[in-house]
Design a protein around this ligand. Structure first.
Ligand SMILES: Nc1ncnc2c1ncn2[C@@H]1O[C@H](COP(=O)(O)O)[C@@H](O)[C@H]1OP(=O)(O)O
Ligand SMILES: [Mg+2]
Ligand SMILES: [Mg+2]
Ligand SMILES: [Mg+2]
Length: 358
């Protein structure tokens, strides 16, 4: 049995690249077709279109695999205007490279086929077999704000993440570029200095490559930056106060002697940024007793950070468990840090959270 996952990696990278190109078209267009979901979170035509293109690529190559994806097709079946807007994007987005486009199965047939593809992401997940997790736009709020977002795809086999890919169109191409939350004023990115794909295969390391528009650019290995002095480190955290407890993280920073302000950015761009050594530590502290993190929000980033020399656990010190369904029901929060200092960060987190509970 082959365990190199070479084809899975190639298809995943190209699928993420193509979907990211679609999202960029929406990012630069003022009409984003935003609607509010049942949980009051936003979704745009970019989210739906990217999910359709990724699932089309998976169906063309791995038709037997299950898929857990964030978006549902139901609302689109009763909203023809929104469906047509998405179809317009999907039918006109392709990679420049004919061989890459052919590998992904080429164009989607029609708008109905597109809705069917979006609906295929409804697997319950679980501990057995091959399951892909898709977040077509992670950090939709950042996407709408003009900030960071990520197109995320991971393959799990029997509950274990084997392949992870993140498309981050607004992060610098340069792994060594300083970490800033702001994407700068060059919204058009005419210089081409932004746009990166991070990827990892279990046991094979992590890499980054420019996003590009055609055949995959060559990848470069990435590694986390060792933290020799905690005082010089900083946290990379969510922008949204509702997604992570920022008051507790400030106390944890203080306990660790960290004085630099947290870099706040949306999406799994945080995982990619610490994996390439641009940032140090990603903290995500529970804000409510009921919210369960979704597997598509963490699967790719978890593997990319671990393959870059990091350790990723929840606030109890347990590894993230992707085998229990569509959510990380067995976990609370996330701590991602270089392996050498993860224990020290975990201890500080537990001291602060312990105080908070008593
Ligand atoms: N109440 C919540 N707590 C934590 N994460 C949430 C919550 N609501 C939505 N999310 C998800 O958190 C992620 C964004 O995290 P961050 O704040 O780190 O950028 C997104 O995946 C977002 O979904 P979405 O994919 O729809 O944007
Ligand atoms: Mg969402
Ligand atoms: Mg998300
Ligand atoms: Mg999303």
């Amino acid at each position: 049995m082959s365990s190199s996952f070479a084809k899975e990696l190639e298809v995943a990278q190209l699928a993420v690249q193509r979907a990211t190109i679609l999202t960029k078209r929406v990012f630069h267009n003022s009409a984003k077709g935003t609607v509010s979901k049942d949980d009051a979170s936003p979704v745009t035509v970019g989210d739906f279109g990217a999910q359709a293109l990724i699932i089309a690529a998976l169906q063309a190559n791995f038709p037997g695999d299950k898929i857990v994806a964030e978006e549902e097709s139901d609302t689109l079946r009763s909203n023809a205007a929104l469906r047509d807007q998405i179809w317009d994007l999907v039918r006109t987005t392709a990679l420049d490279d004919a061989a890459a486009e052919a590998l992904l199965g080429g164009a989607v047939k029609d708008a109905d086929a597109m809705l069917d593809l979006i609906g295929l992401g409804n697997s319950k997940g679980g501990a057995s077999g091959r399951i892909w997790a898709i977040d077509p736009i992670d950090g939709t709020k950042g996407f709408l704000r003009g900030g960071q977002y990520a197109v995320c795809l991971a393959l799990m086999v029997d509950g274990d993440v084997k392949v992870g890919v993140l498309g981050c169109p607004n992060l610098p191409v340069d792994d060594a570029a300083p970490l800033t939350a702001d994407i700068g004023t060059d919204q058009t990115d005419e210089g081409g200095s932004r746009g990166v794909i991070f990827s990892a295969v279990l046991g094979q390391g992590a890499s980054s490559r420019p996003l590009g528009t055609g055949a995959l650019a060559e990848g470069k290995p990435i590694a986390m930056k060792p933290i020799t002095e905690m005082a010089a480190a900083s946290f990379c955290e969510s922008v949204e106060a509702g997604h992570s407890n920022q008051g507790e993280s400030a106390q944890i920073a203080q306990k660790l002697g960290i004085t630099r302000p947290s870099v706040r950015m949306d999406s799994q761009a945080k995982y990619g940024s610490i994996a390439r050594g641009a940032g140090d530590i990603y903290l995500r502290l529970p804000t409510s007793k009921t919210y369960q993190e979704k597997i598509w929000d963490h699967a790719a980033g978890d593997l990319i950070v671990r393959e870059a020399g990091g350790q990723v656990t929840d606030t109890t010190g347990s590894r993230l468990d992707f085998s229990v369904g569509r959510t990380l029901a067995a976990n609370r929060g996330v701590i991602a840090a270089p392996a050498a200092v993860h224990g020290q960060v975990l201890k500080a987190v537990q001291e602060v959270l312990g105080q908070a509970a008593s």
